[in-house]
Write a protein of this length. Structure first.
Ligand code: ZN
Ligand code: ZN
Length: 395
């Protein structure tokens, strides 16, 4: 048998639409600059991300925009699922919220092969939620029902940002997957911005799951703040799904994610006075006395952990701590523009350009910061209760 030729591609599978071209809001908290067209341009021409998941593709007006792109031959519908635009393949996704009785809310990412299945899903969704033109809507069904329906359509359901205190499956809804879902229908989970592979593999029931690191971008600049390198034979939905199941060598080659301490919910912090709190759960803040403590992802994982740190399944790829340009000290919009002009895409700047050529464009100091970011040598102050961590230079 001939070996399959696989290509490494960058993928970011959780990108929100802020608004439609006609100006209607989709994800209320996302920037209105996040239109379908601008996302596609940013991913293809600026960030250099070859596979993206548009997670608001259930919105009828977004579907109409996609249909128009295809009819005007500016994008191609792929036979094996997904839509090709310039250098990037768009996969159709939808984020929904499920709340079962007696449990907190959890978010799920549903991906479907093509517009046809997504339109079917929209009809199903419309019967179960208030407003199908908006993002991340609460739907009246159980997680299990959602899984079975999406599976019938040939799609996959992936629990989103699983550890976050607000709306993550472990963060707010359950201690064990099997309590709410069919674990066999979960082939992958999204780590979210405050956890990495070392943390997540402390939970044994995640050892057979593929880990995804996605940006959950609410603005154009944040596309690709987390992403993965994946090996596919071709960029389309069928290949991507086979990759989640790790079939015939298709796999995640590396997860590129924020340093977990940079994430907004890494440590337990009181939202009222911003004091970081110890690992033992307290309801009331010992500093200011208010009941505003937001449990951090690190604490939640330590509660659920049943495997020693450092034990991983053999297929688990490296988690490369990644500092997007936007987070780096001393690199504002003007410098970023210079870098893009010189090196094309952010992936080129972060991964490929050498220190000398970087220094020729932005000077030695900044070039050094970019190289330090590439090799994980920056110091990070932990984030929590909705505030990002901060980067300082390590001496
Ligand atoms: Zn979410
Ligand atoms: Zn989201």
């Amino acid at each position: 048998m001939r070996e399959l030729a696989l290509t490494p591609l960058f993928a970011d599978m959780h990108i929100h639409i802020g608004g439609t071209e006609s100006g209607r809001p989709v994800k209320i908290t996302a920037s209105r600059q996040m239109t379908l067209h601008r996302i596609l341009e940013e991913a293809s021409e600026r960030k250099g991300i070859e596979v993206i998941g548009i997670i608001d593709a259930h919105v009828p007006e977004v579907q109409a925009e996609l249909t128009e792109l295809i009819e005007r031959k500016r994008a191609d519908q792929l036979a094996d699922g997904g839509i090709r635009y310039k250098q990037t393949t768009l996969l159709l996704g939808s984020e929904v919220e499920v709340k079962e009785p007696g449990r907190g809310e959890a978010h799920f990412l549903c991906y479907l092969p093509s517009l046809k299945e997504m339109q079917q899903f929209t009809t199903w969704l419309a019967a179960r939620c208030k407003n199908v033109t908006l993002s991340s809507q609460r739907i009246a069904c159980t997680t299990y029902e959602l899984q079975v329906y999406i599976d019938q359509l040939g799609g996959v359901v992936i629990p989103a940002h699983i550890f976050t205190p607000h709306k993550g499956l472990y963060g707010s809804c359950t201690d064990r997957l099997a309590e709410v879902a069919d674990p066999a229908l979960i082939c992958a989970v999204e780590l979210g911005l405050s956890a990495n592979t070392v943390m997540a593999d402390q939970i044994s029931e995640l050892h057979d799951k593929t880990f995804l690191t996605n940006s959950d971008a609410h603005s154009l600049g944040k596309i690709g703040r987390e992403y993965q390198s994946i090996a596919l034979a071709e960029a389309n939905f069928r290949e991507w799904k086979a990759m989640l199941l790790r079939q015939d060598g298709r796999t995640v080659l590396a997860n590129y994610g924020l340093h977990p301490r940079l994430g907004k919910y890494h440590q337990t912090v009181c939202q009222a006075c911003q004091s970081p709190l110890p690992l033992e759960w307290v309801e009331r803040c010992p500093q200011c006395g208010k009941k505003a403590v937001v449990r951090g992802v690190a604490e939640r994982i330590s509660q659920l952990a049943d495997v020693a740190q450092g034990v991983h399944p053999p297929f688990r790829p490296a988690y490369v701590e990644q500092y997007p340009l936007e987070f780096l000290p001393g690199i504002g919009p003007k410098r970023r523009e210079q870098l893009y002009r010189a090196f094309g895409t952010e992936m080129n700047i972060l991964h490929r350009a050498d220190e000398e050529s970087l220094a020729a464009v932005v000077g030695e100091g900044i070039a050094e910061v970019i190289i330090q970011a590439r090799t994980g040598r920056l110091e990070v102050q932990a984030g929590g209760a909705g505030l990002y961590g901060r980067i300082g230079n390590k001496q």
